[in-house]
Design a protein around this ligand. Sequence first.
Ligand code: LLP
Length: 380
Amino acid sequence: MPFHLPAELAQQPTPFYYYDLALLDQTLAALTAAARPGNFQVHYALKANFNLPLLQRIRAAGLGADCVSGGEVQRALEAGFAPDHVVFAGVGKSDAEINRALAADIFCFNAESVPELQVLNELAAAQGRTARVALRINPNVDAHTHAYITTGLEANKFGISLQDLAGVIDSLDSLPHVELIGLHAHIGSQITNLTVFAELSRKLNELQTWLEGRGHRLPHLNVGGGLGIDYHAPDEHLIPDFAAYFGMFEQHLQRRPGQQVHVELGRAVVAQCGTLVSRVLYVKESQQVRFAILDAGMTELIRPALYGSHHHIQNLSSQGPFLPYDVVGPICESSDTFAKGVLLPETQRGDLVAIRSAGAYGEVMASGYNLREKAPAVYR
Ligand code: LLP
């Protein structure tokens, strides 16, 4: 189905984020249908988009919440996620954040270091509680994705390296207010070569065997998120191939009887249902380049500027003929460029432009640089 902006939104002041809730519902239906046969528990990664109307639908579909800050934990609870469906991850959790999550009795903390476990133990003891913990390991698996969003390599700041794991496990003997319930790994984001999940599974299999040799049988395995989406042809793949993703773990992960497997997907759930809608302010022809200057910029969608990411751009007002444009924003940075040399139907001032696949890591990464006003969200 080609992209369609509801007619009444064509009059809306730009820029704005448009969320297609029917598409979100279809995506959630596909996700839960693919997860059910293997009994996978899906925790949605709020960092991709934490807008309440989306969260409420995600919760209603039966997903849990994967949070990386006290603010996200609070938002998840506000959206109605049950505390025992909330996980708190992150390499730098503050005492205040931990205290609030403990008080809410969330399901699990994904812990990443001995100092963090010590703090968890201390703060849990002070509240007369026990913190349930999954150890985030660094499996040293290359996710073959952009360097900024690769997380499972030795050089990354995330997780406990495999060489250090024995020491970390030993430290638990002296931490009575910490209960080890699982292992956690996340190797990166926007992963399109799914074979890396087979490699991750094999590492986790080895680790489980090793842990069992030391007397630890874990009820939970969390394999992280990372399933990528099609930024180039969104309309051909509006719904990611969830069956292929879960299939990798079904095939390669040796699940113990009764063991729960958790995944924490963000992008694959919400990217395609969001579109950044903008207007052309000016078309400027320089000696070498024809610029379409939009009223949206890196302040509304930083991914192209930050990672060189591609987002599909459509002129919704013009039929052609097609000409090459550099599509740029109004911000005082040369990196404020959405695309270079992209073919668009002949474009003029006032044309409506859709920047697709902006539902994940779009609005949440918006900034007020250049004292820009926050662009609103509309839901249909
Ligand atoms: N779990 C952990 C521990 C994570 O660090 C992440 C993402 C996820 C789950 C969700 O990953 P997803 O399913 O969305 O790939 N701003 C970047 C992406 C940063 C991802 C950070 N971690 C971008 O715009 O591409």
